[in-house]
Design a protein around this ligand. Structure first.
Ligand SMILES: [Mg+2]
Length: 286
């Protein structure tokens, strides 16, 4: 028995957008601009909440590097408090400065940490708004998304970047504002991309049978969780893109998911059949 695909869920990094844009442009921009951003917005409630959460999580972070950074910061904080004791500022003063090296380290190791993702989204928002950032997608992506949209397929994003960051990326692409093509946006608030439950929740939100959903990602571990959730999957394996950092073995053949070759190097190699009994066909190489 086969079911037609009605929904396509897309990863971003390595699937629609080069890893190099994220690692080589977005992350360095965030690492550089976080400090000035926190300084400018330190009075905002949302920023203060994030700073407090991050500071607390940092204290409990068992990683030796995190602990060393915290130890260094604690020394700074004590010195800062001595200098500031003459005015009546609260204990929270300065935490927005202290957390910057910790956040920069988290960025450097590409840790998927939701409060950091939120903060980065805010920093990038300013960068896109000032015209300092413009996203680069793989060259066939905009046309392919448009075609699928015109075919009546429901498109959704599921990325570890925050929803705000996803909308910025698609809203400020070199092909223009692609946000209207997407109906659903999911980030790690719905759960980890490696957890089966995340995909169940996503299907509940989209009110669709998992078998009608095609998920496209460059990460095999994500696809395995999807297979367990009964979704259809295709691996995006971009020839010239950088290897995926969280792929435990990049040399492993990538054509054996669910025992079926389901791998493309470009999204326009995926031809979805809307009236046939087959899910989709591949191999329309250009
Ligand atoms: Mg990816």
């Amino acid at each position: 028995m086969t079911t037609l695909i009605s929904h396509i869920l897309l990863d971003i990094e390595g699937t629609t957008c080069p890893v190099s844009f994220v690692s080589g442009t977005l992350f360095p921009y965030a690492a550089r601009e976080l400090g000035p951003f926190l300084e400018r917005h330190q009075q905002e409630v949302k920023v203060q909440e994030l700073v407090a959460t991050i500071f607390q999580d940092w204290q409990q972070d068992p990683d030796p590097i995190a602990q060393q950074l915290f130890h260094n910061a604690a020394g700074q904080e004590i010195r800062g408090e001595e200098e500031e004791s003459k005015d009546s500022r609260s204990d929270n003063v300065g935490k927005h400065k202290l957390i910057v090296p910790y956040l920069q380290w988290l960025i450097s190791v590409d840790l998927k940490y939701t409060p950091l993702k939120e903060l980065q989204g805010m920093v990038w928002n300013e960068g896109y708004g000032r015209g300092e950032l413009k996203s680069t997608l793989f060259d066939e992506v905009a046309d392919t998304l448009q075609r699928w949209h015109e075919q009546g397929l429901v498109l959704g994003v599921y990325s570890s970047g925050s929803i705000a960051a996803q909308k910025l990326l698609y809203g400020h692409s070199q092909a223009g504002d692609l946000r209207p093509l997407f109906q659903y946006w999911f980030d790690t608030h719905i759960g980890s991309k490696h957890e089966v439950d995340s995909y169940r929740h996503i299907c509940e939100v989209m009110q669709v049978n998992p078998q009608q959903v095609l998920f496209i990602s460059d990460c095999e571990a994500e696809l395995e969780a999807e297979v367990q959730s009964n979704l259809q999957v295709i691996l995006s394996d971009r020839d010239n893109d950088q290897p995926v950092s969280n792929n435990p073995n990049p040399q492993k053949p990538t054509t054996s998911i669910a025992g079926t070759p389901r791998q493309v190097s470009r999204l326009d190699q995926i031809e979805l059949l809307t009236k046939d009994a087959t899910h989709y066909q591949q191999g329309k190489h250009r």
